[in-house]
Design a binder for this molecule. Structure first.
Ligand code: BGC
Length: 762
């Protein structure tokens, strides 16, 4: 066995040699955890400690917690993915990942269980706060940098939850029934990107079934797609408790069953190998994968002392970048540090900044909004009235009356609204997207007493904001911003930070408009993904539904003009250059989004899809160029006949946009297509054959007499017979109208084989 201290050996070599030296029982045992958070310690393979994740380290040092539910050690609570995504800032995501790695190493962790990159299919999913977006490109780009940042500092990621885990309801049994195109183009796409570009040490398989098969036992998912297609070389870890049948799971491609102790299942693996029911190669693969993680963690260990203040400052920077200014009528914001400011709402003193469940972090400290507002308020007098209680107790009328009085006595009111921790969390979905009634009533009363009312929102999931929008001239969406969110909100309110965040999911007018509505959360443990590829803005756009705030929306205290767009296609995709000018009177950051469409496409598509984005910081009056590379793979669709990605050739229209509904400039670019030829056979239609230059000649000649008759007959029937014939398969046309015998059919098939052998571009 290679000496585990041999610094010239790679983790893969160390893993292979350690596993080779183990007997079957130890190899099988490596595929199951030792305890709630640890892998087993066997000769040559030191134990690895893992812990949640994703936006902070939830490390339970306290001995005796075998359930993972006890309190955890203090750690920086960075903005959860719902917040961080609104920064649209991959570089920032990378820095957050790096800071998390330092905290994880200081706690002795080898793997941090994140990021969570499931697509937000429905606004009601209870765990949306842990996920980035409804869009796979935004999700994939941010998560790639997050993983790179983490892993570059020696801590492994666990990309989760693989796959199609888009609801909490019945999450351990439900089957996500998804067609190939949405599965590939929406639900697997971000996973594919992160696996290919950032090589996560581990991927965590989800609890649910995918098209009827548990993810933990899904050979197609864990082996065919993840390893064989995407080249994943890490370990597949189960979500905690996701394994129903370890032998089936190992055969399918699972490497590590968590949590431990898994002694009984380890023994079943040994028995299955001895009975010839499980290939020993699968057990070895799993053991090597776990051993590799152990050696990656060991060889990248550093002595880290966490700078808690620096991390809090980074959390505040990230929270500030992630705050979205939804509305700002009459330039109500930023606030002046003078006069009187009435702060209203319980969330100003009891901030809501993270979600409940396995990702819940014990923060190192918490910025309380009312305190932070007071510290930046300069000469302003700041009053505070809670207005409601987060648990719905108390005298609502009295609380409201007190708040209204404070608001009417002030120059401006800032009202903190949102959802309490009990209203959304891991483990269950919401049934609606409404704000609590008492909060709406409070806002209406405050806004009618004080027209200069600003609303600050804290919630992990999308809310129906129509009642807020109806009365509030200014709205800031914090979503969930982590422990420094209170400071960041004060920074934005007073203009120390000019907001540049953008929505990472659509704010619909009503839940009934959501594309998944009617197919969520399913019944009898099945969820039909009936909206197909039309998820999020793709679906709202397809049905031309008005939305309150579009995907990608977000204002600034300055304004930007888009002066020009230039596109250039090359072998790698499209290079875009967008000229942007700051037309306001203060410095700001603009996020330029590129949406693509292909008019006349031969396949079903969303009206437009995000294919790239970039940002630029500009001083007042300054102009600059944002260069954005659209990667060729991001123009591709999944061809379910060929089972591969295809870029359809044609003239793509690319819009440079400030949101999915605010397209500023458009330009066309010619993109060459991939060979997407589906082999012709006797089931190919006359129309398909006629569209092919060579086939058309042969078929056209062979069918000319029949078509002449049809043309004549068509007149008699009052229809365009040629058009109808276009949809008839050639073999059946020959039988029905030509009296073709088997020899004639074979002759046509031979001719089609000849055409199939010649490359073509469709
Ligand atoms: C969650 C995972 C988490 C794990 C360990 C599960 O319930 O779904 O996201 O990493 O628990 O806490």
């Amino acid at each position: 066995m290679t000496d585990i201290h041999d610094t010239t050996a790679t983790p893969e070599e160390l893993a292979a040699s350690a596993v080779e030296a183990l007997d079957l029982a130890d190899r099988a045992a490596l595929g199951g955890g030792a305890s709630f958070w640890r892998t087993k310690d066997v000769p040559g393979v030191p134990s690895v400690t893992m812990s949640d994740g994703p936006h902070g380290v939830r490390y339970q040092a306290a001995a005796g917690d075998h359930l993972g539910v006890g309190a955890s050690d203090p750690a920086t609570c960075f903005p959860p993915a719902v917040g961080l995504a609104q920064s649209w800032d991959p570089e920032l995501a990378g820095r957050v990942g790096a800071a998390l790695a330092d905290e994880a190493q200081a706690a002795g962790l080898g793997v941090l269980l994140g990021p969570g990159i499931n697509i937000k299919r429905d606004p009601r999913c209870g765990r949306n706060f842990e996920y980035f977006s409804e869009d796979p490109l935004l999700t994939g780009v941010l998560a790639t940098e997050w993983v790179r940042g983490l892993q570059a500092r020696g801590v492994g990621a666990s990309l989760k939850h693989f796959a199609a885990n888009n609801a909490e309801h019945d999450r351990m049994r439900a089957s996500s029934d998804v067609d190939d195109r949405p599965l590939r183009e929406i639900y697997l796409r971000a996973f594919e990107r992160v696996v290919r570009d950032a090589a996560p040490w581990t991927v965590m398989c989800s609890y649910n079934r995918v098209n009827g098969v548990l993810a933990s036992q899904n050979h197609w998912l864990l082996t065919q797609v993840l390893r064989e297609e995407w080249g994943f070389e890490g370990a597949v870890v189960s979500d905690w408790g996701a394994v129903a049948d370890r032998v089936a799971a190992v055969a399918a491609g699972l490497d590590l069953q968590m949590p431990g102790d898994t002694a009984a299942d380890d023994a079943q693996v040994v028995a299955a190998v001895e009975a010839g029911e499980l290939a020993v190669a699968a057990v070895d693969r799993a053991a090597r994968a776990v051993a590799r993680v152990s050696h990656l963690a060991r060889t990248t260990r550093r002595d880290v002392v966490v700078d808690v203040d620096a991390h809090h400052a980074l959390a505040r920077e990230a929270a500030g970048r992630s705050t979205v200014l939804l509305k700002n009528e009459g330039g109500l914001l930023p606030l002046a540090p003078s006069g009187t400011i009435a702060v209203v709402g319980a969330f100003a003193s009891e901030p809501r900044y993270q979600g409940g469940g396995s990702s819940h972090v014990s923060p190192t400290r918490v910025d309380v909004p009312i305190d932070e507002i007071r510290s930046l308020a300069g000469d302003a007098d700041v009053s505070f009235a809670p207005g409601f209680t987060t648990d719905g107790t108390g005298d609502a009328d009295a609380l409201r009356a007190e708040a209204v009085e404070a608001a009417s006595a002030a120059d401006v009111a800032v009202v903190f609204l949102g959802l309490a921790a009990s209203q959304e969390s891991e483990g269950f979905d919401r049934e609606h997207i409404e704000l609590p009634d008492e909060q709406v009533a409070l806002l209406e009363a405050v806004a009618s007493a004080q027209p200069r009312t600003v609303v600050v929102l804290s919630a992990g999931g999308v809310l129906r904001l129509a009642p807020v929008d109806a009365v509030a001239p200014a709205i800031l969406s914090g979503s969930l911003l982590g422990q420094a969110g209170g400071g960041a909100i004060a920074d934005v309110l007073f203009g120390h930070v000019n907001p540049s965040g953008r929505l990472a999911e659509t704010m619909p007018l009503r839940i009934e408009d959501a594309p998944s509505f009617g197919n969520f959360p399913g019944e009898h443990s099945r969820v039909r993904y009936g909206e197909g590829i039309h998820v999020g803005y793709r679906g709202y756009d397809l049905r031309a539904r008005d939305v309150l705030y579009a995907f990608g929306h977000g204002l600034s205290y300055t304004t930007f003009a888009y002066d020009g767009i230039a596109l250039e296609a090359d072998a790698e995709g499209v290079r875009a250059r967008v000229e942007v000018r700051n037309t306001g009177d203060r410095a700001g950051r603009e996020i330029v989004q590129l949406y693509a469409s292909l008019p006349g496409s031969s396949i079903t598509r969303a009206p437009r899809e995000l294919v790239g984005f970039g940002s630029i910081d500009l001083a007042a009056g300054e102009q600059g160029t944002v260069e954005i590379r659209v990667e060729r793979r991001d123009l591709a669709y999944w061809d379910d006949r060929l089972d591969r990605w295809i870029v359809e050739g044609g003239t793509y229209r690319i819009a440079a946009a400030a949101s999915s509904r605010d397209l500023r400039l458009e330009a066309d670019v010619e993109v060459g297509g991939d060979d997407a030829a589906v082999p012709f056979d006797l089931e190919s239609t006359i129309g398909e054959l006629m569209a092919h230059p060579v086939a058309a000649q042969v078929i056209g000649a062979a069918f000319a007499p029949v078509m002449e008759q049809f043309d004549a007959g068509g007149d008699a029937l009052g229809m365009d017979m040629a058009r109808m014939m276009a949809s008839v398969p050639i073999g059946r046309a020959m039988k029905s109208f030509g009296g073709a015998d088997p020899a004639a059919l074979a002759q046509v098939q031979a001719m089609l084989d000849g055409i199939n052998a010649t490359p073509r571009n469709d």
